[in-house]
Design a protein around this ligand. Structure first.
Ligand SMILES: Nc1ncnc2c1ncn2[C@@H]1O[C@H](COP(=O)(O)OP(=O)(O)OP(=O)(O)O)[C@@H](O)[C@H]1O
Length: 317
């Protein structure tokens, strides 16, 4: 669920409209009002993170892995036509309408591979004096400065931060949604990346980055506690107040990983029959734990509302 939250936030940094609810409903094949392209983009982000983590069992965090991840990330979402999986062979720029009036012009195409080679070497270099969190901040600013793709550099760069921290064992799971911090301070984020180049203010960037990691980690800890309390309280209420406690608990369990579901998907996930699932969902609705989200009689979608409210903090509804 944290990966999904990070995906929504990272994609929201530049204009993508979908919310965490949209993504989860999309994944349950429930209909949503948002343009499908936006949701697909976020869904691709989740897919790319999972793919990257899995692929790191066979491959180091390398340029090859970066290209494979980029291919997935841009698969048919925003930027899908801009050479997915290929390092650029033309000049790009940030801000403005042409290199002449741009805020930043990344290295020329014939320098990209040399810069990337250095970047890759730095990732793997033994740097005992640089703790992994500081290294992650350096890797991010360098990647954004090289801007090796025609599109998707921001999203991939943020993904790589989490992936690098997983690779070094700082994170056991991809549980850092640092994009919330970058999103709420977007102007500072861009400015500080820029100032590293213009004024060599590495320390200011690193302070900002590390503050983001600390703030994000504190929030994740707090969120995890709130979620654990909610699950415990609701379980107790189910045991105390509901009929058919066994199947109701089973559906409650399923909703911990799928806060949006249909009766059919819940049946598939739990191994219970559809009528049993419907009866359990009925009980959960009576307890006020679950709500029906569509207002329709057919194709109903159920949501674990209080859970979604906690998860959606800062990521739209
Ligand atoms: N002045 C700058 N110098 C270096 N990098 C920058 C600067 N301003 C922004 N960036 C980085 O470039 C990213 C945007 O690049 P690009 O459009 O290729 O990525 P994206 O993933 O498609 O978009 P976004 O990150 O905005 O969702 C920003 O997210 C940020 O990480």
């Amino acid at each position: 669920m944290y990966v999904r939250k990070e995906a929504v936030l990272s994609s929201q940094i530049e204009g993508t409209q979908s919310t965490l609810s949209d993504l989860l409903r999309f994944e349950t094949e429930a209909i949503s009002g948002e343009p499908v392209d936006d949701i697909r983009e976020v869904s691709n982000y989740v897919d790319t993170m999972m793919f990257g983590l899995e692929r790191m069992r066979q491959l180091p965090l390398s340029l090859r892995l970066v290209r494979e991840m980029h291919q997935r990330l841009l698969d048919s979402g925003r930027g899908g036509t801009k050479s997915p999986g290929e390092f650029r062979t033309s000049q790009n720029w940030i801000g403005g309408t042409r290199p002449g009036n741009a805020m930043f012009v990344p290295p020329p195409p014939n320098e990209v591979m040399t810069c990337l080679g250095d970047w890759e070497r730095f990732i793997h270099e033994d740097t005992p004096g640089i703790p992994p969190l500081i290294k992650a901040g350096l890797i991010h600013v360098q990647f954004e400065t090289i801007h090796p793709f025609l599109d998707g550099n921001g999203r991939l760069g943020r993904l790589l931060t989490t992936l690098f921290l997983c690779a070094t064992g700082v994170l056991r799971q991809p549980l850092l949604y640092i994009s919330l911090y970058f999103k709420s301070r977007r102007a500072d984020y861009y400015r500080l990346l820029q100032e590293v180049r213009e004024y060599g203010t590495w320390e200011t960037w690193l302070e900002f980055f590390l503050e983001g990691v600390a703030e994000t980690a504190d929030q994740a800890f707090e969120t995890a506690n709130r979620i654990a309390r909610l699950f415990d309280d609701d379980r107790e209420r189910i045991v105390r107040e509901s009929e058919r406690t066994g199947s109701v608990l089973q559906i409650h369990e399923v909703m911990r990983t799928s806060p949006y579901l249909t009766a059919a998907s819940a049946a598939k996930r739990s191994g219970l029959t559809v009528p049993t699932v419907n009866a359990a969902l009925d009980q959960l609705q009576k307890l006020g734990i679950v709500e029906e989200a569509t207002g329709r009689r057919r194709g109903r979608v159920f949501v674990y509302r209080a859970y979604m409210d906690i998860l959606s903090d800062g990521a739209g509804s």
